[in-house]
Design a binder for this molecule. Structure first.
Ligand code: SF4
Ligand code: SF4
Length: 89
């Protein structure tokens, strides 16, 4: 099931926040500070990867991770504009 901007009932009706985290992999140093503050288990570290991996289905867009990132690698985006994952599901 894909998530679209025009989904009847909206994203909130599906239990999803309007904002979702996005990682700039080129900026992420792997310091893990963001993983420590995410209360929704929405950030993961996969051994061998160079950046954190966000789970858009778990992220509630609170922004806590963004405030602690020392490298400005995290941003909040409008969920409806993030199509790479929504169209693949
Ligand atoms: S806090 Fe920033 S630099 Fe550190 S792991 Fe998270 S995204 Fe990467
Ligand atoms: S925005 Fe909030 S819920 Fe989403 S990954 Fe960051 S800390 Fe976790």
């Amino acid at each position: 099931m894909g998530v679209r901007a025009g989904t009847p009932g909206g994203l909130e009706a599906m239990g999803l926040s309007p904002l979702v985290v996005w990682v700039d992999e080129g900026r992420c140093s792997g310091c893990h500070e963001c993983l420590k503050v995410c209360r929704y288990s929405a950030l993961n570290w996969v051994p061998g990867e160079q950046a954190v991996w966000p789970d858009p289905w778990q992220c509630n867009g609170c922004g806590s991770c963004q405030t602690v990132c020392p490298n400005d690698a995290l941003r909040l985006e409008n969920r409806s504009g993030v199509t790479a994952w929504s169209d693949a599901t």
